[in-house]
Design a protein around this ligand. Structure first.
Ligand code: 4AD
Ligand code: MG
Length: 461
């Protein structure tokens, strides 16, 4: 039970009343005289033990048949538990079987592999691990809103359907009303001008461009919504649909942005440790015995900050045999990011000033003419969890960058307009929500920190 709920139960009991617990049976032990049912309602890690004896009218006809997975409602008194593992239990005065369970219920007491649990996503939130994940996601979401709200950032709702590729990387899922077999053609190609929105439309890869619009009117905004990428990467860190938190601040440069990212991550960690102690203890006990110590250490220690050029020197001098060779100008691969954060620096590291050639068109160009004011936050095990930058607010240079990357100016006319009407330095970042949950919980695969993961070949549930 959630702590608030336990308190409420105990208060009602103290007032001389009975309490009712409703949930799903995790385990049922039917002893000679009495039955012990571990009932969990998902609101917190622990379940509550319900003890039912022969004084119940339906003891033989119903209680004795209750099994793992059944939904029950138990009413009784709260008593100190003589058994191990719980402070109190419920001595049932009535027990109702609300939802019996079919014989083939797949969640039995034995441990199931995460691969198997993915095939029963409609039931896996009833397991310890996925239940804890959902509660951690909830606590982290709340912490994210609280962090920005306390700093005066406005929550801006950016669109899911869009006509622009915010990252310019072409990883877009198309949104169309056309039946592909009968779509109207013009010059041999599909004529999207006749489509629902009057042009080619997609699911968004990032709310950034609209967040920039917001910041250039409201100063400090953030978005927190789903984003979609059709990159066909079957890795343990990529989803086709993931949630991203994107703050955007006007009158802000790269340094201010790095400070914001550091304070932001620390606040999320702190709040999740405070709000989900049982869930986090479980991850530490069962998934990765370093997560608690790591998070506590991170909260107390300043992040390391280095430039991309410094990162390249570290990697070149590492003596490591990387799969992707390192030299100035290459994009950092996951193995490089992990070496930096995990082996070399051993805590989160913020890398800034990447080569312009490997970063998106909207990043502010440095005076050296070859790097941009990008920043990535890398953490041990997961690698990049935040990507962001100061934005190019100078019209001419932005145009030049767009031309170099082959982006049509007429398509981004409003984005360019913002550089003509009261343009100011501004900056923002995107936090991959599932990546941060993965990092906090120690879960190996990103598919197991998302209730309903979308990956190549799978969008069931
Ligand atoms: O680095 P990215 O691509 O940055 C942007 O989209 C910027 N427009 C954000 C901004 O400045 N407002 O993505 C941001 C973060 C990454 O650091 C990573 O944590 C996460 O999003 N991410 C993914 N998470 C899960 N699955 C994927 N396929 C992801 N791609 C990126
Ligand atoms: Mg990135």
């Amino acid at each position: 039970m959630a702590r608030e709920k336990v308190k409420a139960l105990l208060a009602r009991e103290a007032a001389g009343g009975t309490v009712t617990v409703q949930g799903w049976v995790r385990t049922a032990r039917h002893g000679k005289e009495v039955s012990f049912l571990e009932v969990a309602d998902g609101s917190c890690f622990a379940g509550v033990q319900v003890v039912a004896g022969p004084e119940l009218a339906n003891f033989e006809t119903c209680v004795r048949s209750v099994r793992t997975g059944c939904a029950v409602s138990a009413t009784g008194t709260v008593v100190d538990s003589p058994g191990k593992g719980q402070r109190f239990e419920i001595q049932a005065q009535a027990l109702e079987l609300i939802g019996p369970v079919a014989d083939d219920y797949p969640l039995q007491k034995k441990r199931h592999s995460f691969e198997f649990l993915r095939t029963i996503a409609h039931l896996r939130m009833r397991t310890n691990t996925l239940g804890a994940i959902v509660r951690v996601r909830n606590a982290a979401s709340r912490a994210i809103h609280d962090f920005f709200q306390a700093r005066g950032f406005l929550y801006l709702h950016t669109p899911i359907i869009t006509m622009s590729d915010a990252e310019g990387a072409g990883e877009l899922f198309r949104v169309t009303e056309f039946d592909p077999d009968t779509a109207p053609k013009k010059d041999g190609k599909t004529d999207f001008s006749q489509d629902f929105f009057g042009g080619e439309s997609f699911l968004t890869v990032s709310g950034q461009l609209e967040a920039e619009i917001g910041a250039l009117s409201m100063s400090d905004v953030y978005t927190f919504g789903p984003t979609f990428r059709s990159e066909n990467s079957n890795t343990s860190r990529h989803l086709a649909e993931f949630w991203m938190v994107e703050p955007e601040s006007a009158f802000c440069e790269l340094e201010g942005l790095v400070d914001l990212a550091e304070a932001f991550l620390k606040e999320i960690f702190q709040r999740v440790l405070a709000d989900c102690p049982d869930d986090m203890q479980f991850f530490n006990d069962r998934i990765d015995n370093s997560v608690l110590e790591t998070l506590r250490h991170i909260i107390e220690t300043p992040f390391e900050r280095i430039t991309y050029s410094e990162a390249i020197s570290i990697l070149e001098g590492s003596g490591q045999d990387f799969e992707f060779p390192v030299s100035w100008g290459v994009d950092l691969q996951s193995e490089h990011e992990r070496y930096l954060a995990e082996e070399h620096i051993k805590r989160p590291v913020v890398v800034v000033d990447y080569p312009a050639s490997i970063k998106a068109f909207y990043m502010y160009k440095n005076d050296d003419d070859r790097t941009v004011r990008a920043m990535d936050v890398l953490v041990p095990r997961v690698g990049e969890i935040i990507g962001g930058s100061q934005r190019e607010h100078r019209l001419d240079i932005l145009r030049e960058r767009m031309r170099a990357q082959g982006l049509p100016e007429d398509h981004y006319w409003w984005y360019l307009d913002l550089r003509r009407y009261g343009s100011v330095p501004h900056a923002g970042f995107g936090l991959g929500f599932e990546r941060v949950v993965q990092f906090m919980t120690g879960m190996a695969n990103i598919r197991d920190v998302m209730p309903f993961p979308r990956v190549p070949g799978s969008a069931e549930f």
